[in-house]
Design a protein around this ligand. Structure first.
Ligand code: CP3
Length: 355
Protein backbone atom coordinates (compact mmCIF):
# COMPACT_ATOMS: atom_id res chain seq x y z
CA UNK A 1 0.00 0.00 0.00
CA UNK A 2 1.45 3.40 -0.90
CA UNK A 3 1.24 6.43 1.33
CA UNK A 4 -1.47 7.86 -0.94
CA UNK A 5 -3.78 4.89 -0.30
CA UNK A 6 -3.75 5.36 3.45
CA UNK A 7 -7.09 6.15 5.00
CA UNK A 8 -7.45 9.84 5.64
CA UNK A 9 -8.35 11.17 9.04
CA UNK A 10 -6.48 12.19 12.13
CA UNK A 11 -4.63 8.94 12.66
CA UNK A 12 -1.05 9.21 13.90
CA UNK A 13 1.34 8.18 11.18
CA UNK A 14 4.12 7.26 13.64
CA UNK A 15 2.35 4.01 14.64
CA UNK A 16 0.92 3.18 11.21
CA UNK A 17 3.50 0.54 10.33
CA UNK A 18 3.55 -1.13 13.75
CA UNK A 19 3.05 -4.90 13.93
CA UNK A 20 -0.16 -4.37 15.91
CA UNK A 21 -1.86 -2.12 13.36
CA UNK A 22 -0.63 -4.31 10.49
CA UNK A 23 -2.14 -7.42 12.11
CA UNK A 24 -5.42 -5.56 12.63
CA UNK A 25 -5.39 -4.66 8.92
CA UNK A 26 -4.54 -8.31 8.05
CA UNK A 27 -1.21 -7.34 6.51
CA UNK A 28 2.01 -9.39 6.91
CA UNK A 29 3.77 -8.81 10.24
CA UNK A 30 7.38 -9.20 11.45
CA UNK A 31 6.07 -11.03 14.53
CA UNK A 32 2.68 -11.65 16.12
CA UNK A 33 1.88 -8.52 18.11
CA UNK A 34 0.94 -8.88 21.79
CA UNK A 35 -0.91 -6.72 24.28
CA UNK A 36 -3.00 -7.58 27.32
CA UNK A 37 -6.38 -6.35 28.40
CA UNK A 38 -5.88 -4.80 31.86
CA UNK A 39 -2.11 -4.69 31.32
CA UNK A 40 -2.12 -1.39 33.20
CA UNK A 41 -3.33 -2.00 36.70
CA UNK A 42 -3.10 -3.91 39.89
CA UNK A 43 -0.71 -6.64 38.74
CA UNK A 44 2.04 -3.98 38.68
CA UNK A 45 3.66 -2.74 41.93
CA UNK A 46 4.53 0.55 40.22
CA UNK A 47 0.80 0.99 39.49
CA UNK A 48 -0.23 0.34 43.08
CA UNK A 49 2.39 2.87 44.18
CA UNK A 50 1.26 5.77 41.97
CA UNK A 51 -2.43 5.05 42.68
CA UNK A 52 -1.98 5.11 46.46
CA UNK A 53 -4.70 7.28 48.06
CA UNK A 54 -6.22 8.33 44.72
CA UNK A 55 -9.71 6.99 43.95
CA UNK A 56 -10.04 5.19 40.61
CA UNK A 57 -12.29 7.71 38.87
CA UNK A 58 -10.20 10.64 40.05
CA UNK A 59 -7.06 8.98 38.71
CA UNK A 60 -8.72 8.75 35.28
CA UNK A 61 -9.10 12.54 35.28
CA UNK A 62 -5.41 13.36 35.88
CA UNK A 63 -3.63 13.39 32.50
CA UNK A 64 -0.07 13.05 33.88
CA UNK A 65 -1.07 10.10 36.04
CA UNK A 66 -2.99 8.47 33.18
CA UNK A 67 0.09 8.88 31.00
CA UNK A 68 2.38 7.30 33.57
CA UNK A 69 0.03 4.35 34.26
CA UNK A 70 -0.56 3.70 30.55
CA UNK A 71 3.19 3.66 29.88
CA UNK A 72 4.10 1.36 32.80
CA UNK A 73 3.28 -1.96 31.08
CA UNK A 74 4.81 -0.76 27.79
CA UNK A 75 8.14 -0.12 29.51
CA UNK A 76 8.03 -3.27 31.57
CA UNK A 77 6.66 -5.90 29.18
CA UNK A 78 7.63 -4.63 25.71
CA UNK A 79 4.02 -5.09 24.54
CA UNK A 80 3.15 -4.00 20.99
CA UNK A 81 0.40 -1.59 21.98
CA UNK A 82 -0.63 0.59 24.88
CA UNK A 83 -4.22 0.64 26.13
CA UNK A 84 -5.41 3.97 27.41
CA UNK A 85 -5.84 3.95 31.18
CA UNK A 86 -9.45 4.84 31.92
CA UNK A 87 -12.67 2.93 32.59
CA UNK A 88 -15.84 2.14 30.67
CA UNK A 89 -17.92 4.24 33.09
CA UNK A 90 -15.84 7.43 32.67
CA UNK A 91 -18.10 8.90 29.93
CA UNK A 92 -21.20 8.22 32.07
CA UNK A 93 -19.60 10.00 35.02
CA UNK A 94 -18.67 12.84 32.67
CA UNK A 95 -22.32 13.47 31.73
CA UNK A 96 -23.33 13.57 35.38
CA UNK A 97 -24.48 10.04 36.24
CA UNK A 98 -24.02 9.55 39.99
CA UNK A 99 -21.70 6.57 39.94
CA UNK A 100 -18.49 5.49 41.60
CA UNK A 101 -16.02 2.64 41.20
CA UNK A 102 -15.83 0.75 44.48
CA UNK A 103 -12.54 -1.09 45.09
CA UNK A 104 -12.99 -4.85 44.79
CA UNK A 105 -16.57 -4.39 43.55
CA UNK A 106 -16.65 -2.33 40.36
CA UNK A 107 -18.96 0.43 39.10
CA UNK A 108 -21.91 1.24 41.37
CA UNK A 109 -24.72 3.57 40.24
CA UNK A 110 -26.58 5.35 43.03
CA UNK A 111 -29.84 5.84 41.10
CA UNK A 112 -30.19 3.11 38.46
CA UNK A 113 -31.68 3.96 35.07
CA UNK A 114 -34.94 2.01 34.75
CA UNK A 115 -37.72 4.21 33.37
CA UNK A 116 -38.36 6.36 30.33
CA UNK A 117 -38.01 9.45 32.54
CA UNK A 118 -34.52 8.24 33.53
CA UNK A 119 -33.37 8.42 29.89
CA UNK A 120 -33.30 12.22 30.17
CA UNK A 121 -30.27 11.82 32.47
CA UNK A 122 -28.31 10.31 29.58
CA UNK A 123 -27.48 13.53 27.77
CA UNK A 124 -25.05 13.82 24.85
CA UNK A 125 -21.33 13.78 25.58
CA UNK A 126 -19.20 16.54 24.05
CA UNK A 127 -15.39 16.90 24.00
CA UNK A 128 -15.78 19.69 26.58
CA UNK A 129 -17.05 17.09 29.08
CA UNK A 130 -13.76 15.17 28.92
CA UNK A 131 -10.86 17.64 28.39
CA UNK A 132 -8.64 15.39 30.53
CA UNK A 133 -9.06 12.56 27.99
CA UNK A 134 -7.90 14.72 25.09
CA UNK A 135 -4.97 16.04 27.10
CA UNK A 136 -3.87 12.61 28.34
CA UNK A 137 -3.95 11.15 24.82
CA UNK A 138 -1.93 14.07 23.43
CA UNK A 139 0.70 13.55 26.13
CA UNK A 140 0.69 9.81 25.56
CA UNK A 141 1.01 9.74 21.80
CA UNK A 142 3.96 12.12 22.06
CA UNK A 143 5.67 9.71 24.48
CA UNK A 144 4.69 6.51 22.67
CA UNK A 145 6.18 7.39 19.30
CA UNK A 146 5.73 4.34 17.06
CA UNK A 147 3.86 2.30 19.68
CA UNK A 148 0.12 2.43 18.96
CA UNK A 149 -2.38 3.61 21.55
CA UNK A 150 -5.68 1.75 21.81
CA UNK A 151 -8.63 3.86 22.88
CA UNK A 152 -11.70 2.09 24.23
CA UNK A 153 -15.26 2.32 25.44
CA UNK A 154 -17.90 0.08 26.95
CA UNK A 155 -20.46 -1.26 24.48
CA UNK A 156 -24.11 -0.24 24.94
CA UNK A 157 -25.19 -3.59 26.46
CA UNK A 158 -22.37 -3.75 29.02
CA UNK A 159 -22.88 -0.10 30.01
CA UNK A 160 -26.63 -0.72 30.29
CA UNK A 161 -25.97 -3.70 32.53
CA UNK A 162 -24.30 -1.42 35.11
CA UNK A 163 -26.74 1.48 34.67
CA UNK A 164 -29.88 -0.62 35.04
CA UNK A 165 -28.67 -3.07 37.69
CA UNK A 166 -26.98 -0.31 39.68
CA UNK A 167 -23.79 -2.36 39.97
CA UNK A 168 -22.14 -5.62 38.91
CA UNK A 169 -24.55 -8.50 38.34
CA UNK A 170 -24.33 -12.13 37.31
CA UNK A 171 -27.87 -12.43 35.97
CA UNK A 172 -28.81 -8.97 34.65
CA UNK A 173 -32.42 -9.54 35.68
CA UNK A 174 -33.39 -5.85 35.76
CA UNK A 175 -31.75 -5.14 32.40
CA UNK A 176 -33.32 -8.21 30.82
CA UNK A 177 -36.70 -7.32 32.33
CA UNK A 178 -36.63 -4.12 30.27
CA UNK A 179 -35.16 -5.83 27.21
CA UNK A 180 -37.94 -8.46 27.14
CA UNK A 181 -40.74 -6.45 28.75
CA UNK A 182 -40.38 -2.98 27.21
CA UNK A 183 -38.43 -3.40 23.97
CA UNK A 184 -38.98 0.21 22.91
CA UNK A 185 -37.54 1.63 26.14
CA UNK A 186 -34.63 -0.81 25.83
CA UNK A 187 -33.97 0.18 22.21
CA UNK A 188 -34.04 3.87 23.13
CA UNK A 189 -31.69 3.28 26.09
CA UNK A 190 -29.18 1.38 23.97
CA UNK A 191 -29.41 3.98 21.23
CA UNK A 192 -28.64 6.75 23.75
CA UNK A 193 -25.64 4.76 24.99
CA UNK A 194 -24.47 4.17 21.41
CA UNK A 195 -24.44 7.96 20.85
CA UNK A 196 -22.47 8.56 24.05
CA UNK A 197 -20.04 5.73 23.33
CA UNK A 198 -19.46 6.90 19.75
CA UNK A 199 -18.81 10.46 20.97
CA UNK A 200 -16.34 9.17 23.59
CA UNK A 201 -14.46 7.09 21.00
CA UNK A 202 -14.33 10.02 18.58
CA UNK A 203 -12.69 12.19 21.25
CA UNK A 204 -10.02 9.52 21.70
CA UNK A 205 -9.39 9.04 17.97
CA UNK A 206 -9.31 12.79 17.31
CA UNK A 207 -6.72 13.15 20.08
CA UNK A 208 -4.49 10.45 18.57
CA UNK A 209 -5.64 6.91 19.47
CA UNK A 210 -4.69 4.66 16.54
CA UNK A 211 -7.17 1.84 17.20
CA UNK A 212 -10.25 1.43 19.38
CA UNK A 213 -11.73 -1.49 21.30
CA UNK A 214 -15.40 -1.80 22.19
CA UNK A 215 -15.71 -3.85 25.40
CA UNK A 216 -18.98 -5.79 25.48
CA UNK A 217 -17.68 -7.86 28.36
CA UNK A 218 -21.01 -9.19 29.63
CA UNK A 219 -22.88 -9.73 26.35
CA UNK A 220 -22.25 -13.49 26.57
CA UNK A 221 -25.29 -13.57 28.86
CA UNK A 222 -27.53 -13.28 25.79
CA UNK A 223 -28.94 -15.82 23.35
CA UNK A 224 -28.07 -15.10 19.70
CA UNK A 225 -31.63 -14.10 18.70
CA UNK A 226 -31.80 -11.58 21.55
CA UNK A 227 -28.35 -10.25 20.71
CA UNK A 228 -29.35 -9.74 17.09
CA UNK A 229 -32.65 -8.07 17.90
CA UNK A 230 -31.83 -6.07 21.03
CA UNK A 231 -28.09 -5.30 21.08
CA UNK A 232 -26.46 -5.60 17.67
CA UNK A 233 -28.14 -2.46 16.20
CA UNK A 234 -26.63 -0.27 18.92
CA UNK A 235 -23.14 -1.81 18.71
CA UNK A 236 -23.22 -1.56 14.90
CA UNK A 237 -24.14 2.10 15.21
CA UNK A 238 -20.99 2.71 17.27
CA UNK A 239 -18.75 0.95 14.73
CA UNK A 240 -20.38 2.80 11.86
CA UNK A 241 -19.91 6.16 13.61
CA UNK A 242 -16.13 5.72 13.86
CA UNK A 243 -15.61 3.94 10.52
CA UNK A 244 -14.70 7.16 8.61
CA UNK A 245 -11.54 7.55 10.70
CA UNK A 246 -10.08 4.37 9.23
CA UNK A 247 -8.59 3.17 12.52
CA UNK A 248 -9.00 -0.53 13.34
CA UNK A 249 -12.05 -1.30 15.46
CA UNK A 250 -11.86 -4.26 17.86
CA UNK A 251 -14.96 -5.91 19.36
CA UNK A 252 -14.55 -7.98 22.51
CA UNK A 253 -16.80 -9.94 24.83
CA UNK A 254 -16.58 -12.88 27.25
CA UNK A 255 -18.52 -16.14 26.84
CA UNK A 256 -19.41 -15.14 23.29
CA UNK A 257 -18.83 -18.51 21.56
CA UNK A 258 -22.42 -18.61 20.29
CA UNK A 259 -22.34 -14.92 19.30
CA UNK A 260 -19.11 -14.79 17.31
CA UNK A 261 -20.85 -14.88 13.93
CA UNK A 262 -23.12 -11.99 14.87
CA UNK A 263 -20.23 -10.04 16.41
CA UNK A 264 -18.45 -10.41 13.08
CA UNK A 265 -21.54 -9.01 11.37
CA UNK A 266 -21.80 -6.10 13.82
CA UNK A 267 -19.04 -4.30 11.93
CA UNK A 268 -15.66 -4.47 13.68
CA UNK A 269 -12.36 -5.15 11.89
CA UNK A 270 -11.00 -7.39 14.66
CA UNK A 271 -13.01 -9.74 16.87
CA UNK A 272 -11.73 -10.57 20.36
CA UNK A 273 -12.21 -14.18 21.47
CA UNK A 274 -12.14 -15.57 25.01
CA UNK A 275 -10.37 -18.86 25.83
CA UNK A 276 -13.41 -21.09 25.39
CA UNK A 277 -13.26 -21.32 21.58
CA UNK A 278 -10.02 -22.17 19.73
CA UNK A 279 -9.05 -19.45 17.26
CA UNK A 280 -9.37 -21.62 14.13
CA UNK A 281 -12.94 -22.49 15.10
CA UNK A 282 -13.57 -18.83 16.07
CA UNK A 283 -12.41 -17.79 12.58
CA UNK A 284 -14.97 -20.15 11.00
CA UNK A 285 -17.70 -18.65 13.16
CA UNK A 286 -16.68 -15.01 12.64
CA UNK A 287 -16.30 -15.41 8.88
CA UNK A 288 -13.74 -14.02 6.42
CA UNK A 289 -12.37 -10.50 6.31
CA UNK A 290 -11.67 -10.10 10.04
CA UNK A 291 -8.57 -10.37 12.18
CA UNK A 292 -8.91 -12.15 15.52
CA UNK A 293 -7.54 -11.20 18.92
CA UNK A 294 -6.88 -13.64 21.75
CA UNK A 295 -7.04 -15.99 23.48
CA UNK A 296 -4.88 -17.47 26.25
CA UNK A 297 -6.82 -18.24 29.44
CA UNK A 298 -5.59 -15.57 31.93
CA UNK A 299 -5.39 -18.20 34.68
CA UNK A 300 -2.76 -20.14 32.69
CA UNK A 301 -0.29 -17.48 33.90
CA UNK A 302 -0.49 -19.00 37.39
CA UNK A 303 1.04 -22.25 36.10
CA UNK A 304 4.72 -23.04 35.44
CA UNK A 305 6.61 -21.33 32.60
CA UNK A 306 6.62 -24.65 30.72
CA UNK A 307 2.83 -24.89 31.02
CA UNK A 308 2.41 -21.28 29.89
CA UNK A 309 4.58 -21.97 26.86
CA UNK A 310 2.71 -25.17 26.01
CA UNK A 311 -0.68 -23.42 26.21
CA UNK A 312 0.71 -20.48 24.23
CA UNK A 313 1.84 -22.90 21.51
CA UNK A 314 -1.73 -24.22 21.31
CA UNK A 315 -3.02 -20.67 20.77
CA UNK A 316 -0.38 -19.88 18.14
CA UNK A 317 -0.95 -23.18 16.31
CA UNK A 318 -4.65 -22.53 16.28
CA UNK A 319 -3.96 -19.04 14.88
CA UNK A 320 -1.63 -20.26 12.12
CA UNK A 321 -4.21 -19.96 9.32
CA UNK A 322 -5.79 -16.67 10.40
CA UNK A 323 -5.88 -13.60 8.15
CA UNK A 324 -4.56 -11.53 11.04
CA UNK A 325 -3.81 -12.38 14.67
CA UNK A 326 -3.24 -10.14 17.68
CA UNK A 327 -2.12 -12.21 20.67
CA UNK A 328 -3.93 -11.38 23.91
CA UNK A 329 -5.47 -13.10 26.89
CA UNK A 330 -9.06 -14.29 26.65
CA UNK A 331 -9.99 -11.66 29.27
CA UNK A 332 -8.13 -9.15 31.43
CA UNK A 333 -4.95 -9.75 33.44
CA UNK A 334 -5.94 -10.89 36.94
CA UNK A 335 -4.63 -8.58 39.68
CA UNK A 336 -2.63 -11.36 41.41
CA UNK A 337 -0.74 -12.32 38.22
CA UNK A 338 3.07 -12.31 38.50
CA UNK A 339 4.14 -9.46 36.19
CA UNK A 340 7.31 -11.38 35.24
CA UNK A 341 5.12 -14.13 33.78
CA UNK A 342 3.61 -11.49 31.46
CA UNK A 343 7.03 -10.18 30.42
CA UNK A 344 8.18 -13.74 29.64
CA UNK A 345 5.01 -14.40 27.66
CA UNK A 346 5.53 -11.35 25.42
CA UNK A 347 9.12 -12.39 24.78
CA UNK A 348 8.04 -15.96 24.05
CA UNK A 349 5.37 -14.97 21.51
CA UNK A 350 7.75 -12.55 19.80
CA UNK A 351 10.52 -15.16 19.52
CA UNK A 352 8.29 -18.02 18.39
CA UNK A 353 6.54 -15.97 15.71
CA UNK A 354 9.53 -13.97 14.36
CA UNK A 355 9.43 -14.18 10.54
O1 CP3 B 1 -5.09 -1.85 31.09
C1 CP3 B 1 -6.27 -1.67 30.69
O2 CP3 B 1 -6.94 -2.59 30.21
C2 CP3 B 1 -6.84 -0.27 30.72
C3 CP3 B 1 -7.66 0.04 31.81
C4 CP3 B 1 -9.07 -0.46 31.99
C5 CP3 B 1 -9.71 -0.37 33.23
N1 CP3 B 1 -11.01 -0.74 33.09
C6 CP3 B 1 -9.07 0.10 34.46
C7 CP3 B 1 -9.62 -0.33 35.76
C8 CP3 B 1 -10.01 -0.96 31.08
C9 CP3 B 1 -9.85 -1.29 29.61
C10 CP3 B 1 -11.24 -1.12 31.78
C11 CP3 B 1 -12.49 -1.58 31.16
C12 CP3 B 1 -13.56 -2.11 32.01
N2 CP3 B 1 -14.05 -1.60 33.19
C13 CP3 B 1 -14.37 -3.20 31.65
C14 CP3 B 1 -14.22 -4.00 30.40
C15 CP3 B 1 -13.05 -4.92 30.50
C16 CP3 B 1 -13.32 -6.21 31.22
O3 CP3 B 1 -12.57 -6.49 32.19
O4 CP3 B 1 -14.22 -6.93 30.82
C17 CP3 B 1 -15.31 -3.39 32.68
C18 CP3 B 1 -16.38 -4.46 32.74
C19 CP3 B 1 -15.10 -2.36 33.63
C20 CP3 B 1 -15.86 -2.10 34.88
C21 CP3 B 1 -14.94 -2.21 36.06
N3 CP3 B 1 -14.11 -1.18 36.46
C22 CP3 B 1 -14.67 -3.35 36.86
C23 CP3 B 1 -15.36 -4.69 36.73
C24 CP3 B 1 -13.64 -2.98 37.77
C25 CP3 B 1 -12.93 -3.86 38.77
C26 CP3 B 1 -13.39 -3.69 40.16
C27 CP3 B 1 -12.37 -4.27 41.13
O5 CP3 B 1 -11.81 -3.49 41.91
O6 CP3 B 1 -12.12 -5.48 41.08
C28 CP3 B 1 -13.32 -1.63 37.51
C29 CP3 B 1 -12.28 -0.83 38.17
C30 CP3 B 1 -11.02 -0.74 37.43
N4 CP3 B 1 -10.93 -0.33 36.13
C31 CP3 B 1 -9.73 -1.01 37.93
C32 CP3 B 1 -8.84 -0.73 36.88
C33 CP3 B 1 -7.34 -0.81 36.91
C34 CP3 B 1 -9.40 -1.45 39.33
C35 CP3 B 1 -9.47 -0.29 40.26
C36 CP3 B 1 -8.18 -0.01 41.00
O7 CP3 B 1 -7.07 -0.30 40.54
O8 CP3 B 1 -8.33 0.56 42.09
Amino acid sequence: MSANDRPTGPQPTAAYDSAFLKACRREPVPHTPVWFMRQAGRSLPEYRKVREGIPMLESCMRPELVTEITLQPVRRHNVDAAIFFSDIVVPLKAIGIDLDIKPGVGPVVENPVRTRADLARLRDLTPDDVPYITEAIRLLTAELGETPLIGFAGAPFTLASYLVEGGPSRTYENAKAIMYGDPQLWADLLDRLAEITAAFLKVQIEAGASAIQLFDSWVGALAPADYRRSVMPASSKVFEAVRPYGVPRIHFGVGTGELLGLMGEAGADVVGVDWRVPLDEAARRVGPGKALQGNLDPTVLFASTEAVEAKTREVLDSAAGLEGHVFNLGHGVMPSTDPDALTRLVEHVHTRTAR
